[in-house]
Ligand binder design. Structure first.
Ligand SMILES: *[C@@H]1O[C@H](CO)[C@@H](O)[C@H](O)[C@H]1NC(C)=O
Ligand SMILES: *[C@@H]1O[C@H](CO)[C@@H](O)[C@H](O)[C@H]1NC(C)=O
Ligand SMILES: *[C@@H]1O[C@H](CO)[C@@H](O)[C@H](O)[C@H]1NC(C)=O
Length: 703
């Protein structure tokens, strides 16, 4: 075919050009660069911790925002702090008691906070009369260096020990979670791992006496890719040192103790499919002794009730989050254990906001939870971010989360194209000149490295079959009068994920035109009519291709090891079809996707489930793939590095040619709180064995 010949000659020209290029240029560009990626909805969270009295009728006036309105505060715990620990915590604090408030003790809180690019656990004491009179103490020292980069979660205080989840230790095993429970003695900072190596533990809860800690854990069975309510088991061990670990409940999560023998937890009912709260009564001489235990269902069918919270000795009520069939919002309610009735709390004051992960004060007087703070409670009107800076484990590479998906850098690195459903956008990297360049549903973006102002994308439905019409388009973004786009594919099949060769003349993409999604190369201006060449061939899916800056390689994701299984590995192939090899695989059945080359072409950034899952997904808003984290690897398969740590879905990374100063970049957009609750909580079991699906709804600001 004539077009193929044209293409072959283009290819050889290209290769000659790049073989002749002085490599010294590439060496200098290695030094500093930036990686940006997407976390679905996260920049809309703006979580703060709030509290309501447990006994009064809830009202807007008796809801208190406890945390300080700085980026993200969640998963709170009301601690019992001894006077001596209190004076230790406040040792360096100027503010101990505001004048004239001696009678009213402060409200004390321990919580997870993400600010300044890393995750930490803070202690706050605030005064009711003036909540701006605040004492704030970071409890964990965030050290310089890569070992400090981790996710922290679900803290509680036991005596002078902080018990929490951290992901700072590499398991060394693909598809294995790094989440483990640690205990840090606050006076000394001495930290002990309580979870055995090789096991992941989530959602720790310390018993009222402090002797026992309960966790949700996969232990021996391992994570198999679950992303909805997890079928973890509940284990109990000694808080002191993690020993005497025993399984107490098969299939349960989010444990919470009333006394040392009584645990509440959630699971999906096998009879009627409602997610419900259960109670386990453990042997009276302690959970670690042998003896029979009884399990009772606590909340009735007819609604989802989960993430139970208890307080020591309180046998009258618990707090739960609910999803009711007549509401699209997650709310906090109390459940009366004597009358077996719910009483609503948060819906009465902010019906159209999601409220998550309740907790109760030790005296049972207050219920805490987190929600998006909304406009009403914003400290800083410009908190919405375009780029959120994260602490990077790689010293010369700055790391950002972008408010959009499928980002890509312009050749000079000064502009970013991205997708924000629906449509394709371009913005300067300082946040200015954000503009829509294509109005319809599109995914993936790629710039022409040579011809300025040409962005490629694919338009049509995502995750569609081979025969669905999806087309590659090129968009001229600098046309002053009217931005124009051009369809480069014309066969009506699923054509997506364009990536342009370094000479700007060719586009590699995936196409479903033969009934399987394989890779093709076409002319970057004329599209498939200007020359089309098939690069890979087989009854499987090759997709998400990216052309290396030196022109020698195309990286892509493929399920060829087990077609149709949902498992993807990364491969490399030369543009002339030789040299195929597997670059990285995340265990059997793992998912590794969205490769993007470094500017020097020596490494690849990608997203993967290599680090397993880091928290129970039900404790977060919706994520399709909550295991997604960002990694880099060298082209020879060495030096795998984990860049991100969180319980959300990180994906679609792009590696840009310049170092962006590691500070947050504000967004010109004001939307906040517009994230969705777990889609699978919209499945409401009905009378038969089926489900009724509610439409996911976006919450309203501060509503
Ligand atoms: C976080 O950054 C802000 C401004 O960038 C700075 O004022 C503050 O001191 C930093 N906080 C910590 C704990 O590093
Ligand atoms: C949903 O149903 C419950 C119980 O029937 C009722 O109390 C509540 O007001 C309803 N909520 C809404 C939002 O209609
Ligand atoms: C294919 O391309 C690679 C580099 O891109 C080159 O090393 C190799 O010699 C080429 N093979 C053929 C058969 O042209």
């Amino acid at each position: 075919m004539k077009s193929t010949t044209v293409l072959t000659s283009l290819l050889s020209l290209l290769l000659t050009l790049f073989c002749a290029t002085d490599t010294a240029d590439h060496e200098t560009s290695t030094a500093s660069s930036s990686i940006i990626f997407t976390t679905l909805g996260k920049l809309d969270y703006a979580f703060d911790i709030f509290t309501l009295p447990a006994s009064d009728t809830p009202s807007v006036t008796n809801e208190i925002q406890i945390t300080d309105g700085t980026y993200l505060n969640f998963n709170g715990h009301f601690p019992s702090v001894s006077p001596s620990l209190l004076s230790f915590l406040l040792r360096d604090q100027a503010l101990i008691q505001p004048p004239g408030l001696h009678e009213s003790p402060p409200l004390q809180l321990i919580y997870v906070t993400e600010r300044n690019g890393s995750s930490n656990i803070y202690y706050d004491a605030v005064y009711f009369i003036d909540v701006s009179a605040r004492v704030q103490v970071p409890l964990l020292e965030i050290k310089q260096g890569k070992s400090a980069i981790s996710m922290k979660d679900k803290p509680s205080l036991s005596g002078e020990y902080l018990i929490y989840v951290s992901t700072h230790e590499d398991t060394g095993k693909p598809r294995t979670s790094w989440a483990a429970v640690y205990s840090t003695e606050l006076r000394t900072g001495l930290t002990r791992r309580l979870t055995p190596y090789g096991i992941a533990d989530f959602s720790p809860a310390v018993s009222p006496s402090g002797v026992y800690t309960a966790v949700a854990s996969y232990a021996e069975k391992g994570w198999d890719g679950e992303v909805e309510i997890l079928t973890t088991d509940i284990y109990v061990f000694l808080t002191r040192d993690g020993t005497q670990r025993v399984k107490v409940v098969e299939n349960g999560g989010w444990p919470s103790w009333v006394d040392d023998f009584t645990l509440f937890f959630h699971r999906r009912s096998e009879e009627d499919n409602w997610i419900s709260v259960y109670k386990a009564i453990l042997p009276q001489n302690g959970p670690i002794s042998t003896g029979s235990m009884t399990i009772q269902r606590v909340t009735p069918p007819g609604l989802h009730a989960f993430t139970p919270a208890t307080s020591p000795g309180n046998k009258k009520f618990i707090a739960v989050a609910t999803r009711r069939p007549n509401s699209s919002y997650r709310h906090i309610e109390l459940f009366d254990l004597v009358k077996n009735e719910f009483s609503e709390l948060t819906r009465l004051i902010s019906p159209k906001t999601h409220h998550l992960n309740p907790f109760i004060s030790p005296d049972s007087n207050r219920v805490g939870y987190h929600k998006c703070r909304g406009d009403r409670n914003r400290k800083d009107k410009n908190t919405h971010l375009l780029l959120e800076n994260l602490r990077s484990p790689l010293p010369d590479i700055s790391l950002f989360r972008i408010d959009g998906s499928f980002p890509s850098f312009s050749p000079k690195g000064d502009q970013i194209a991205f997708v924000d459903f629906p449509g394709v956008y371009v913005v300067n990297r300082d946040g200015s000149n954000r503009r829509q360049i294509y109005p319809e549903t599109a995914f993936s973006t790629s710039w022409n490295p040579v011809h300025e102002g040409v962005v490629y994308s694919s338009t049509g439905p995502t995750f569609a079959s081979e025969s669905t019409e999806v087309d590659i388009i090129s968009i001229h973004v600098d046309d002053v009068d009217q931005i124009s786009s051009k369809k480069l594919t014309t066969n009506g099949k699923n054509n997506a994920f364009p990536s342009v060769s370094p000479d700007g003349k060719l586009v590699v993409f995936r196409s479903g035109r033969t009934g399987y999604k394989n890779l093709y190369i076409m002319d970057a201006f004329e599209g498939e009519k200007g020359g089309l060449h098939r690069l890979t061939e087989g009854p499987w899916t090759d997709t998400m291709c990216n052309w290396s800056p030196d022109g020698n390689w195309i990286a892509f994701a493929s399920d060829r090891d087990d077609p149709g299984s949902g498992s993807f590995e990364l491969y490399l192939i030369h543009p002339n079809g030789t040299g195929l090899r597997k670059l990285v695989q995340s265990g059997l059945g793992g998912r590794t996707n969205h490769p993007s080359f470094s500017p020097d072409g020596k490494s690849i950034v990608f997203t993967s489930d290599y680090g397993g899952i880091s928290a129970e997904p039900i404790s977060n808003p919706h994520h399709y793939q909550p295991y997604g984290e960002i990694f880099t690897i060298k082209l020879d398969g060495s030096d795998l590095k984990r860049l991100t740590h969180n319980s959300f879905e990180d994906g679609t990374p792009a590696w840009g040619p310049t170092y962006i100063r590691p500070v947050d970049v504000a967004s010109p957009k004001n939307e906040e709180c517009a994230f969705e609750d777990c889609h699978w909580l919209n499945k409401m079991p009905n009378q038969g064995l089926g489900f009724t699906f509610l439409e996911p709804t976006k919450p309203q600001c501060g509503g």
